[in-house]
Design a protein around this ligand. Structure first.
Ligand code: FAD
Length: 337
């Protein structure tokens, strides 16, 4: 027996930052929205490892503000206590001093997963629901889940990494005009291997407890305790590997990668300190390496279809927020014009 189709004004694929921002805007305007998320929690690339009350951010680590629009959003998050300023610059590891440049770096006060949880509160998210196919039906969109459920929308916003959004459309035979398709097909993502370690003893990480070295294979080391995310008292380190080295080491077993990371961490341990590997998170699509030259892409026929996310003019937290917001605004303009 075929399952009944549920009908919505808008289907949003993905409860990462872009999808959540778009959903909030549309729900506030009274639209009947369904957000479909394959994971069991909101956030996408905002993620926090947790064991008991110990936490470590394993996706985004901090964010900057480059536009007045995002500043206005961040002011609200600051007022809610969801985010706090952590630093105005990092050490690059060569000098042990942090190098302030005047620009605030914000973190989520309880970890980035908690920020996503706050942003998703009250929104109609279907968790643990993976979409496999998007197709056209009756002048609208049909999204089919892995279990064969079908959800209909008069409009659709796709926020997964671009290759995944294109695969959903391709599976349902949805065509995108050649000009836009050529740009989207070129958008690739860099991978990131991200390790978590606890330390019995002290680290020698410079203030404020992190260092950033984009040109080094270990591009980021941060002590989550010094971010305020600790309970049991020991340092909990997040280590991220740059895209080139992540690709080169992707085929290695987790234990092999963690052993290599531990060797790289040794210079940052105080005498006698002991490292304990906890977990390795693999992000195949961590950061877009190419960008679509606008905050979203909107196609009007046969019904509104928008692609959004951090590949749309901003490969970072700010870009994802502004893209989701701009996509929702564009959809509202088209519905009410
Ligand atoms: C390791 C790492 C470190 C980073 N560090 C920083 C940093 O320090 N500062 C910064 O500004 N940015 C950082 N970023 C980038 C930042 O996290 C992203 O730009 C932002 O979170 C992207 O949000 P998004 O909504 O565009 O995409 P995503 O967060 O990827 O959201 C897409 C959502 O779609 C869901 N989805 C995908 N396919 C399907 C499907 N078929 N069906 C249902 N759901 C689906 C996914 O599960 C996901 O939840 C980092 C990213 C990573 C991975």
């Amino acid at each position: 027996m075929r399952m009944a189709v549920e009908r919505f004004d808008t289907i949003i694929v993905g409860a990462g930052l872009s999808g959540l921002m778009a959903a909030r805007r549309l729900v506030d305007e009274g639209l009947h929205v369904s957000i479909v998320e394959r994971e069991s929690v909101a956030g996408g690339r905002l993620a926090t490892w947790q064991a008991g009350s110990d936490r470590a951010d394993i996706g985004a680590q901090f964010f900057t503000v480059r536009t007045p629009e995002f500043q206005a959003v961040v002011e609200q998050w600051l007022a809610m206590g969801w985010v706090v300023e952590w630093s105005r610059g990092w050490s690059d590891g060569l000098s042990l001093e942090s190098q302030p440049d005047g620009h605030p770096r914000y973190i989520a006060a309880e970890g980035f997963a908690a920020l996503a949880r706050e942003l998703s509160a009250g929104l109609p998210v279907r968790f643990s629901t993976q979409l496999d196919v998007i197709s056209v039906d009756d002048g609208g969109w049909i999204a089919a889940t892995t279990e064969g459920r079908r959800i209909a929308g008069r409009s659709l916003i796709l926020t997964p990494p671009v290759p995944q959004s294109l695969a959903l459309l391709r599976a349902g035979g949805v065509a995108i005009p050649d000009e836009q398709r050529a740009i989207l097909d070129d958008i690739r993502y860099g991978a990131c291997l991200c390790g978590v370690f606890t330390v019995d003893g002290e680290t020698t990480l410079p203030e404020p407890g992190a260092l950033q070295r984009p040109d080094h294979s270990i591009s980021w080391i941060a002590d989550n305790r010094r971010k305020g995310l600790f309970a049991s008292g020991h340092a909990t380190l997040t280590i991220q590997v740059n895209p080139e080295t992540s690709a080169a080491r992707w085929g290695e077993a987790d234990t092999e990668v963690l052993t290599w990371m531990a060797t790289e961490l040794e210079p940052w341990l105080a005498p006698g300190a002991q490292l304990h590997p906890i977990t390795l998170k693999r992000w195949p699509n961590a950061i877009p390496l190419g960008l679509y030259p606008a905050r979203y892409l909107m196609l009007e026929a046969p019904a509104p279809l928008l692609l959004a996310g951090d590949a749309f003019n901003g490969p970072r937290v700010e870009g994802a927020v502004l893209s989701g917001w701009a996509a929702a605004d564009a959809l509202l303009r088209s519905l009410y014009s």
